[in-house]
Design a binder for this molecule. Structure first.
Ligand SMILES: [Zn+2]
Ligand SMILES: [Zn+2]
Length: 318
């Protein structure tokens, strides 16, 4: 693979949102910046290969959805694929898939994913012709039928792709499921880290964390149902268990840190930070589960507020 030297002239102004975008790989984590990290729109510049800049079209390219590309790295974990953004040219219809950059806006990625659930038939069939499997097809099957009743055939039917094309991305539905979960947990971790490192007081950071966790449950009710499906896999499969383990561990570390700071600042009672962190996790997951199993007449805010009240009684100084 040839590496392109960094050139500040590659910086650009986004055609869609107008922001100035730095092409420096230290910022983006990718060699060739091909889309705006704020709105994720791109521009039709490449003709034959990523970064060749030979196309004469130059029209804006809209982000349509997400897909996963099989990793070609020899020592990468089995089944781990790289998440990519699918772009379509607003002028000539050309479709491209592009690496996600380190600084791409997470909320925007989720928005693109949600938007892909509503793509019209014509655009969808264009993607099928290009052999692209949108993550939404897999997600739709998993959230409708659960992991055990989803088959590779149903994913083919949902996506419109041939079995050969689907297997081009994944060896099995378990690989596909793993990629969806890995992505979800990574995004959640990134958002939670952002809250934890903010300048707010420990008490406010904890409240913001609850807001995020219960809000994303409301937005992604279906995805949370999928998440609970993963729990059964985690009990049997090492790589699923490892993924959960890493996620819980990072949650406990983050929360223990917030609690210790709060104790130092005398916002919180003197509890053991490790115990408090595990308790926060247990409350959030427990309340989310009850909310999901409820008859959907009780809004998620009710559970969020119950959770907040219990934590307040436990942590706040009287
Ligand atoms: Zn932009
Ligand atoms: Zn074009």
């Amino acid at each position: 693979m040839k590496h392109k030297a960094f050139n500040w002239k590659d910086d650009f102004r986004c055609l869609h949102c107008g922001y100035h975008v730095s092409a420096n790989p230290i910022v983006s984590g990718v060699v060739t910046r091909n889309h705006c990290p704020y709105c994720l729109w791109s521009r039709h510049l490449d003709l034959l290969a990523a970064g060749d800049r030979l196309s004469v079209c130059k029209a804006p390219m809209q982000p349509l959805g997400l897909t996963v590309k099989k990793s070609h790295k020899k020592y990468s974990r089995a089944g781990s694929g790289e998440l990519m953004v699918v772009h379509a040219c607003t002028d000539c219809g050309n479709v491209a898939i592009n690496r996600i950059a380190a600084d791409d806006d997470v909320a925007m990625l989720l928005e693109v994913f949600e938007g892909s659930l509503e793509l019209d038939r014509q655009i969808r069939s264009g993607l099928v012709q290009a052999g692209i499997l949108l993550l939404d097809a897999a997600e739709a099957c998993f959230s409708r039928d659960g992991f055990h009743r989803t088959t590779m055939q149903s994913i083919c039917r949902e996506s419109g792709l041939s079995p050969g094309a689907v297997y081009h991305y994944f060896h099995s539905k378990e690989d596909l499921f793993f990629a969806v979960l890995e992505w979800l947990l990574n995004e959640l971790t990134r958002s939670l880290d952002q809250i934890a490192s903010s300048q707010e007081s420990p008490r406010e950071r904890l409240a913001a964390e609850l807001e995020l966790l219960f809000h994303s449950a409301e937005v992604n009710r279906k995805l949370y149902l999928v998440l609970f499906d993963f729990v059964t896999l985690g009990a049997r499969s090492d790589r699923f268990r490892q993924l959960f383990h890493d996620f819980f561990l990072s949650c406990r570390k983050r929360d223990a840190q917030i609690i210790s700071e709060g104790i130092k600042l005398q916002e919180f009672r003197r509890v053991r930070p490790q115990d408090a962190a595990a308790t926060i996790r247990a409350l959030v997951d427990g309340y989310c589960l009850q909310w999901l199993m409820d008859s959907s007449t009780v809004p998620v805010e009710v559970f969020r507020d119950r959770c907040g009240a219990v934590l307040g009684a436990y942590l706040l100084r009287g």
